[in-house]
Write a protein that binds this ligand. Structure first.
Ligand code: NAD
Length: 292
């Protein structure tokens, strides 16, 4: 029986955070304390969890962190002012506005208002361009950067591999595809999305499948070529009366049936999720280094 390798995001993230600690110490000698500001508008429960773990990780690493919680009724202008103030604040090297904001906020305009040198989420058009140009001074979005790190640490080569990325968002799918097709990674990449025809057949070609859709257990066993590597980015809350919270987390991959076929797979939770925060810390250190 094939026993797949479980790509343990928790331990890889812990190793990345250890590297970060060493860099915090090196920056301290130059009198620099990396600073991250996280702005949360409204009371989305999942966003509150994410923001909480980001600020906790900052504290663990010795970063300066600022959590700015704004009411759901905050206007676009008020939010833009907060961003501009953070742009001008020398103690802050990284700024992120937790997504999704309330519907009346123009998220794109907010992202464009962030100083690209402090855009540690890597969503500003200048950083999107730098990713496409393979310019290392840009910030790579944290989740796809975390997926690449997981592959690298596991020793999984992407060179010449057939990769299928399901999902074309600017947060995960598109940057993931750019990273895989880069001159460093050299994969042959297909980006599939909600209008793709015969997704199972597209998926079956892949040596590496990255699922970033937001549909619980969409990728089934007969979508996956035996021996493929499966990276499950999805985090879906599924009702579960047996849990105290009333829900459980599941990925975009039907793990129980897919895992036995794979050479390696990420679990949910404990796969890509922890990597995202670790890469955010790395990006904040990069910003602190570059801003000086
Ligand atoms: P999104 O909603 O912005 O994008 C989803 C993409 O999936 C779209 O491009 C769409 O075309 C595609 N899609 C939708 N239905 C499809 C279908 N039936 N077949 C094929 N493609 C389909 O979502 P996102 O922000 O990219 O996030 C995707 C998932 O990853 C979500 O579950 C999200 O919670 C999770 N996520 C996890 C992390 C993490 O840290 N692990 C970070 C970001 C997002």
């Amino acid at each position: 029986m094939n026993i797949p390798r479980i790509l343990d995001g928790k331990s890889v993230a812990a190793a990345v955070l250890d590297e970060c600690r060493a860099e915090v110490a090196a920056l301290a000698e130059k009198g620099i304390v990396p600073g991250l500001a996280v702005v949360l508008v409204g009371e989305d429960p999942a966003s509150q969890v994410y923001v909480g773990s980001k600020t906790r990780t900052c504290a663990e690493l010795g970063f300066h962190s600022r959590k700015i919680e704004l009411p759901a009724a905050t206007t676009q202008d008020e939010l833009l002012k907060v961003v501009r103030d953070l742009n001008a604040d020398p103690a802050i090297h990284g700024i992120l506005v937790q997504s999704p904001p309330p519907a009346h906020i123009d998220e794109e305009a907010v992202i464009r208002a962030i100083d690209p040198r402090k855009d540690v989420d890597g969503f500003h058009p200048e950083n999107v361009a730098k990713l496409a140009l393979e310019d290392p001074t840009g910030f790579v979005p944290c989740t796809p950067a975390g997926c690449m790190k997981l592959l690298e640490v596991a020793g999984i080569s992407t060179q010449g591999a057939e990769a299928v990325v399901i999902g074309r968002s600017m947060i995960v799918g598109k940057p993931m595809a750019l990273l895989l097709v880069s001159k460093k990674s050299n994969a042959t990449v297909t980006i599939a999305h909600s209008r793709s025809k015969d997704l199972p057949a597209i998926c079956r070609r892949a040596d590496i499948v990255v699922a970033a859709v937001g549909r619980p257990e969409m990728v089934k066993a007969d979508w996956v070529k035996p021996g493929a590597v499966v990276i499950d980015v999805g985090i879906n809350r599924v009702e579960d009366a047996s849990k105290k919270s009333g829900y459980r987390l599941t990925g975009d991959v039907a793990y129980a049936e897919v895992a036995p076929l794979c050479s390696a797979i990420t679990p949910v939770p404990g796969g890509v999720g922890p990597m995202t925060i670790a890469m955010l810390m790395k990006n904040t250190l990069q910003a602190a280094r570059q801003l000086g």
